[in-house]
Design a protein around this ligand. Sequence first.
Ligand SMILES: [Mg+2]
Length: 209
Amino acid sequence: MMRTTFILTAWMPRCKHNLGTSVSKRNGVLVVTKLWEQITPDESVSSIYDIDLDKLKDRGIHLLLTDLDNTLVPWRTYDVPQGLVEWFAWVQESGFALCLLSNGGRDRVQRFADKVGLPYLARAGKPRPQAYQRAMQRFAASAGETAMIGDQLFTDVRGARRLGVYTILVRPMHPREWWGTRLMRLVEKVAGHYLKRRKSARKKLRDGE
Ligand SMILES: [Mg+2]
C-alpha cells in the first residue's frame, strides 16, 4: 500500500504536467478530470472554408492561429491553391490577424509561410501552452481574443483549450500523414467515440430521461 501511494504521489505531478489535468483525491479515490473537456473542440467544420468569421468576430476574436499540415494543405504539400490565397486575403480583410502555428520543421513551415506571406511559428511544440502563448504575445492578443484552427484533437485542440483559446477542429484534408500522426489518429478515434457517448449521455441527463 505504501509503495502504491508512493508511486501515485510521484506520478501525480507528472500526470498533471503531461495531461494538463487536475488530479485530486475525492473520498480516497484519485480523480483525473478535464482531459475530455480539453479534447472537445468548441466547433467542428469540414474545412477552413466553412468557418463563420462573423461568429468569431462577435466573440471578440481577432487572432486566428492555424495549423498547417492537413488543415490548410495536405501533409508535405507546397502547392497553394488559389482558393486558399483568397481565403487568407478574405480573413485578413475581415480584420483578423493570421499566424501559422505548426509543429512542422522550420524549413517546411518557413517555405510555405514565405510563399503565402504569413507570419509563422515552426516547431511550435503544441500542445504545450508556450506554443500558443508565444504566438499570442506576438500579436498582443489574450486567450479570449484568439482562436486555434487545426485537425488534431491531442495537439491543436487540447493545448488551446487548456488556455481557454477558442478551438475549431477541421477534418484532415488527406489520409497521407506522418506515422506518428497516424498512430494518434487511432487514439483520436477511440476518444471521439467516447466523446460521442459522453455527449449523448449528458443530453439524456439534461432531458431528464
Ligand atoms: Mg495538422
